[in-house]
Design a protein around this ligand. Structure first.
Ligand SMILES: [Zn+2]
Length: 350
């Protein structure tokens, strides 16, 4: 029985060399040494032979099976190695390719200005205080010496809510009363109260919701000089050492006397232009000495203590710091617009 002559070996090694996948090699294994493989069947057929022939052919066939097994295993290992090399090549990290820059967020410009103010006043020894945005008319008006017939209570300005005696607060000043109540007669009271306020206003420089920061100091012997020193220090730090400031008499129901603070116009530097209506000054906040009625409503005796208070619009200050002439885009969540503030480097921002 002539089995596995040199032609057949060439056939097997040629097919193995041509096999490019392990599946193809496994097919060859089945064809040659599988349960119904050529060599396997030949070995089974040995039982028909004489003992002498069986011994001879048996040796040859067993050697052939070993050799075929070795050739097949070698080819499988070769293919596995090739596959691994290919993978390593494909998955190689190219350190020269430019990376994908991660998107990094930044704080909203109004948040940055609020934090700038908070940081400044906390360093001056103030502490933070907060009040509700839906407020009673007592805290929003009466306690602040704003009588029933005052224009601030007009439907034009105030958002009334569907609850008796409640409004959306029109300013952060109610926190003056709440702050004095919380201090419960102790001295000094020295708070700032940042927060949202609401008025029926909507144009390029007014939004129906905007932010204020309220300041209140109550102690023995507080004068307009303390007010002026505090606010000039604030303006100098926020707007630069060369900023000019002036205080003008004004009127607010909850302060007496009342003063408005002006700073030199950013557009003309104080020489006079259209922005400042030729005066060289722009108003940035209202302030004054706390009205005796307000001190009383907060639980303090105006014969013993005095105080000053101020309130400024965070939007207005942000417009000044960032040089904006319209505040509305600040609320429109246009990412491109807001991200442009990233390039603002004129001042260390928190
Ligand atoms: Zn000007």
């Amino acid at each position: 029985m002539a089995l596995l002559d040199s032609n057949e070996w060439q056939d097997l090694s040629g097919k193995l060399a041509a096999a490019s996948t392990s599946v193809q090699v496994q097919e060859l294994r089945a064809e040659w040494i599988g349960r119904r493989g050529r060599i396997t069947l030949a070995l089974k057929a040995l039982s028909n032979l004489s003992p002498e022939e069986r011994r001879q052919q048996g040796q040859v066939l067993n050697a052939a099976r070993e050799q075929a097994t070795r050739l097949i295993d070698e080819r499988l290992e070769q293919l596995r190695q090739q596959e691994e090399d290919r993978q390593l090549l494909n998955e190689r990290l190219d350190m020269t390719i430019a990376g994908v820059e991660p998107k990094v967020g930044l704080l909203h410009p109004l948040t940055r200005v609020r934090r700038l103010l908070e940081d400044l006043f906390l360093r001056m020894g103030f502490s933070l205080a907060y009040g509700p945005e839906i407020e009673t008319t007592w805290y929003n008006f009466e306690a602040l010496n704003i009588p029933e017939n005052h224009p601030a209570r007009d439907m034009q300005d105030t958002f009334f809510v569907d609850l008796p005696g409640m409004v959306l607060r029109t300013h952060t000043s109610p926190v003056q009363i709440r702050g004095m109540e919380a201090a419960a007669g102790s001295l000094p009271v020295k708070i700032i109260a940042p927060g949202r306020v609401f008025r029926r206003d909507d144009d390029a420089t007014h939004a129906p919701m905007f932010h204020q920061i309220e300041g209140l100091v109550v102690d023995r012997g507080i004068t307009l000089g303390d007010l002026k020193g505090t606010l000039v220090a604030m303006a100098t730090e926020l707007l630069g050492a060369s900023i000019g400031t002036r205080f003008r008499p004004s009127y607010f129901p909850f302060t007496e006397p009342s003063v408005e603070m002006d700073v030199t116009c950013a557009a003309c530097g104080g020489t006079g232009c259209r922005t400042c209506k030729g005066t060289g000054w722009v108003e940035i906040l209202g302030s004054g000495l706390v009205h005796p009625v307000v001190l009383q409503n907060g639980g303090y005796d105006p014969q013993e203590v005095s105080g000053f208070a101020f309130g400024l619009g965070i939007e207005r200050l942000a417009m000044r710091i960032f040089g904006l002439d319209d505040l509305r885009p600040l609320y429109q969540n246009d990412l491109e617009y807001l991200m442009a503030f990233d390039r603002y480097t004129g001042r260390p921002m928190l």
